[in-house]
Design a protein around this ligand. Sequence first.
Ligand SMILES: NC(=O)c1ccc[n+]([C@@H]2O[C@H](COP(=O)([O-])OP(=O)(O)OC[C@H]3O[C@@H](n4cnc5c(N)ncnc54)[C@H](OP(=O)(O)O)[C@@H]3O)[C@@H](O)[C@H]2O)c1
Length: 249
Amino acid sequence: MARSLVWISGASGGIGGALAKTVPWDNARVIGINRERPAAAIEHLRADLADPSTWPTVGASFRREVEGFHGEHVAFIHAAAPTDPIGFAGDVESEAYLRNVLLNSAAPQVLGQLFLAAVRSLAACCHLIMLTSGAAQSVYPGWSSYGAGKAAIDHWVRNVGAEQDQRGSVQVLSVAPGTVDTAFQQRLRDTPEADFPRRQKFLDLYDQGNLSDPQDVAAQIWALTSLDLENGSVIDLRKLDLPQSEKPV
Ligand SMILES: NC(=O)c1ccc[n+]([C@@H]2O[C@H](COP(=O)([O-])OP(=O)(O)OC[C@H]3O[C@@H](n4cnc5c(N)ncnc54)[C@H](OP(=O)(O)O)[C@@H]3O)[C@@H](O)[C@H]2O)c1
């Protein structure tokens, strides 16, 4: 019988994949939600999260697995995010832009709500973690829906964290991982400067060896689950001073 239950969207990608391989709890059942089968030896719920018709399937998974669960930890980490389209809003293809908005902005709120509803009567320690980005606050031409979606996630987390403080027990966090060496970063480096004028910044970070390792970032994210953080916190891992004992090796 599993002692912990973890869903990770984007588990086939860099940070989500590293999170799936490094769950800190014993006897964990891990379910990856995305389109491709994750490399980690975990269960897979295939879903194109840019398609809202898949969201109820994820909600059904939350409800089904939580029923009769008597373990200690339950978590949902939303790491799935679109890379495309990158380009000025008036230039990109409208269908691709719509998919970006749905996956990046609407999916986290709706899936987060389904998770909160599924776990509301559980005695387990529950965590809901959204991956955000510095792009929620900085201006990056070419990244309008990405930055807007991350800003929406952050504010959703602030509100829902305050709600859980009043009535609930789920710890809700938004976590910006910094710049991490994943396919997502590769995509930025491959984008023409006309579509993403601040591309050089990301080329420099890569050339200077300043991208973080996904495994180190995953360890930092998991470490947050054992800290006493204000519910609804929006955290930038680069600015967080973790206690020495919580720092990844
Ligand atoms: N890497 C960075 O420097 C960085 C910086 C700031 C924030 N972040 C955030 O960190 C998170 C993880 O980023 P990453 O760098 O690990 O990205 P990544 O390597 O590009 O992986 C993205 C993940 O999202 C999934 N995904 C994409 N479209 C999907 C869809 N339509 N339906 C379901 N899943 C989908 C992919 O799975 P499938 O293709 O199998 O569906 C993949 O597992 C994202 O939220 C990103 O915004 C990353």
